[in-house]
Design a protein around this ligand. Structure first.
Ligand SMILES: NC(=O)c1ccc[n+]([C@@H]2O[C@H](COP(=O)([O-])OP(=O)(O)OC[C@H]3O[C@@H](n4cnc5c(N)ncnc54)[C@H](OP(=O)(O)O)[C@@H]3O)[C@@H](O)[C@H]2O)c1
Length: 322
């Protein structure tokens, strides 16, 4: 009987645990090494059938695939964890898939890291578009196809094609071709739109709150742009626990637009790199407002768009009167 395919996931965050559950439900053995990570991560890992290993050496020895799903800031350091351990003899090469929200330039740096220090590993560039996988309550899909009965994000991949077609299908992947960076770049272009719009919404809503015209702004939006009002008021409430992680994601998007889209060539004192500014906005929310204390598992502030506006205004406006 064929051995089950073993997939290592670093780390078990909100996305990592969703992918772990999806893979386990499809017969994969999921492994991780979360030694030293927070209680939140350990508690999350306990909600899924995941085998905990004590070292990266064991992870590399046992896994057929390793998926890197960490905050974008940690993508390189995570790759180096894998290139720096001793790789023993094995029947089939280890395949490492970077699924972080990084720029094509960063993806090429990681590919170079593997080429230089662990050339026996197959490196695949990837991205994740959409929220963590979840079982559907009633899908009506009894086809038995990989992913049937699950709501899944889309996963663009680039570089060498995944050796295991069933895994590629289970992950809902879309192969873009051999050019490392294409998948990360596509993710940047997609994520920039909504995350840029949310940044604009936070500034607009909190400033309207400061001016005392928040309700009037929402009234105009509802009347003239109902779809925009529905999207922005819903999406801003998801920001508090994510703002810190999004700082580096915005810098990576800026790098993508600068290097790949040519926006670095624009002359002027500050060029046209809007996403460096968007990163600063998310840094402000994470570090200078009460919203930065929010955790996915324990939400107190910012559960409505009006409280987001109020919390930002309270924290940033020195003249704010309670
Ligand atoms: N969540 C989504 O809806 C979503 C959607 C699309 C793409 N993604 C992508 O998925 C990736 C992870 O997002 P997430 O939502 O799962 O993040 P998350 O919930 O914040 O979890 C991040 C995980 O990484 C761990 N971690 C932090 N620093 C690390 C390091 N230096 N080395 C190893 N592990 C580290 C954290 O451990 P601690 O608990 O110890 O901090 C935690 O387990 C990001 O690249 C993101 O862009 C997420």
């Amino acid at each position: 009987m064929a051995q089950p395919v073993k997939v290592g996931i670093i780390s078990i965050g909100e996305m990592g645990v969703g992918i772990a559950k999806l893979l386990a439900a499809h017969g994969y053995v999921v492994l991780t090494n979360i030694t030293g990570r927070s209680d939140y991560t350990h508690r999350r890992a306990a909600t899924a059938p995941i085998t905990l290993l004590d070292s990266d050496t064991e992870l590399v020895a046992q896994a057929d695939y390793i998926l890197s799903i960490v905050p974008p800031r940690d993508a390189i350091v995570t790759a180096k964890r894998i290139t720096s351990v001793k790789h023993g003899e094995r029947a089939t090469p280890l395949c490492y898939i970077d699924l972080n929200a990084i720029s094509p330039g960063r993806a090429r740096e990681i590919a170079q890291e593997f080429e230089t220090n662990a050339p026996q590993v197959i490196f695949v560039d990837g991205g994740i578009v959409g929220g963590p996988p979840k079982p559907l309550e009633s899908s009506g899909d009894n086809s038995g196809e990989p992913g049937a009965g699950w709501k899944r994000p889309a996963i663009p991949l680039a570089g060498p094609p995944l050796p295991n077609v069933h895994l590629a299908q289970t992950l809902n992947s879309k192969y873009l071709g051999p050019n490392i960076g294409a998948a990360s770049g596509l993710k940047c272009c997609f994520a920039s739109l909504l995350k840029g719009l949310i940044a604009l919404s936070i500034q607009s809503f909190s400033t309207a709150e400061a001016l005392g015209v928040y309700d009037e702004l929402q009234g105009f939006l509802k009347h003239f742009q109902p779809a925009l009002q529905e999207t922005t008021t819903r999406m801003v409430t998801e920001i508090p626990p994510k703002a810190g992680r999004w700082i580096d994601e915005m810098l990576e998007i800026g790098r993508c637009f600068g290097e790949e889209g040519g926006w670095d060539n624009v002359t002027g004192t500050e060029g046209a790199n809007i996403y460096q500014r968007v990163a600063e906005l998310y840094r402000t929310v994470a570090e200078d407002t009460v919203l930065g204390q929010e955790r996915q598992e324990h939400r107190v502030r910012g559960n409505t768009a009006s409280d987001i506006a109020l919390a930002v205004e309270e924290s940033l406006n020195p003249n704010y009167k309670k």
